[in-house]
Design a protein around this ligand. Sequence first.
Ligand SMILES: [Zn+2]
Length: 212
Amino acid sequence: MSAEGETRLELARLSKSLFDRGFSVGSAGNISVAVPDGLLITPTNSCLGFLDPDRITKLDADGNHVSGDAPSKEIFLHRAFYETRPGTGAVVHLHSTFATALSCLTDVDAEDCIPPLTPYVVMRVGRVKLVPYVRPGDAKAGDLIRDLRGAHAAVLLANHGPVVSGKDLRSTVFAAEELEETAKLIVLLRNSPTRLLNSEQVDELNRIFAAY
Ligand SMILES: [Zn+2]
């Protein structure tokens, strides 16, 4: 099988895994992965649990549709990460419950909306920015990500859900899972006195486990 064929299979396999464990429902969520001559992305209105690897959308390096079904309407989010963060190999966007819950709260720190509760969220996700709401499919979403100039590997779209980028498909899916599980902890611990990692502990993690 060709390298792209393997990538298509892995995209379908990891998408199904997310769907099977409730990280995505219905046709929510979209995932893209870089290939040498462009980008593969889940099609519009597709369900992550039932992707046909042969129908996954392929775009060329300029974003033109090459093959497969029409691309996710949230393609703008994906392209903005590839354009502003060199080395991006994959982007995962979910409407996972707890991260989306956080994205709706009015009292989160928009500059750092996932506090450092555990080392793993620091190592795998980094500092997460809350991006203002725009209608799904509005190209303005891409502009808002571009405005960050690559400073964040992950964002929460207000009243919508998380977008996570990473160096390859597998590690990006894992980072999206880590973000969701941390969001769950944050919601569980709301109103409880909570010890966060301090700045020295966060600096140590960033030094030793150089984030993507
Ligand atoms: Zn969405």
